[in-house]
Design a protein around this ligand. Structure first.
Ligand code: GAR
Length: 211
């Protein structure tokens, strides 16, 4: 059984898509859903589903350092001994030490066709750049933000009258297909991070479904 911990911030729609897909697989266990925000909508949903949930809020007022927070987060995650840690709308930047602790096991979804539009407001960035295709990327996490090796991407058209909201919704519905599919491939060990830090494939993936 592949043990998976999912990290979220708020809404958690990608986490729901992952949890739904996992519930259809006999060889996957969503061991915990962890949020760094109090009163996260997604966490309430996960709890209602009977999933194990944890809330770990960064205590800036209490003088907690970033390194201390990341250590507490890693301790929390490691209690579940996960094979994979999936970031699903997790909006905190993680320290290098944290990222290196999970090399090859830490995956993120980003709402753009990386390496285009890292960071925030990716749909507005796409509209401002005038690109005609946009999408989302699932990638291994490395210390450099949004620059990790790409496992798979899904493409959507950009329409003339799109707003960031409309475009973002189009991308999000693809995220909900792409991330569960990548999770299945990871569980099957169809993809892996090789020694050179590149994505390796043990079989030909049907990626054209996302283009
Ligand atoms: C998703 O669009 C995800 O790709 C993005 O945040 C949203 C979270 O929605 N992630 C990032 O921007 C990471 N930098 P969700 O909570 O409903 O899954």
């Amino acid at each position: 059984v592949t043990r998976i911990v999912i990290l979220i911030s708020g809404r958690g729609s990608n986490m729901k898509a992952l949890a739904h897909a996992a519930s259809q697989m006999s060889n996957v266990n969503i061991s915990a859903v962890i949020s760094h925000r109090a009163n996260s909508e997604g966490l309430a949903w996960a709890r209602a589903q009977g999933l194990q949930t944890e809330q770990l809020v960064y205590d800036a007022a209490g003088g907690q350092t970033r390194a201390q927070y990341d250590q507490a987060l890693a301790d929390c995650i490691d209690r579940y001994q996960p094979d994979l840690v999936l970031l699903a709308g997790f909006m905190r930047i993680l320290s290098d030490v944290f990222v290196q602790h999970y090399t090859g096991r830490l995956i993120n979804i980003h709402p753009s066709l990386l390496p285009l539009f890292p960071g925030l407001h990716t749909h507005q960035q796409a509209l401002d750049a005038g690109v005609r295709v946009h999408g989302c990327s699932v990638h291994y996490v490395i210390p450099a933000l949004d620059q990790g090796p790409i496992i798979a991407q899904a493409v959507v058209p950009v329409m003339a009258d799109d707003t960031a909201q409309i475009l973002g919704d189009r991308v999000l519905s693809m995220e909900h297909k792409l991330y569960p599919q990548v999770m299945r491939w990871l569980v099957q060990k169809a993809v892996f991070l090789d020694e050179q830090g590149k994505v390796g494939f043990t079989q030909k993936l049907p990626l054209q479904q996302f283009y």
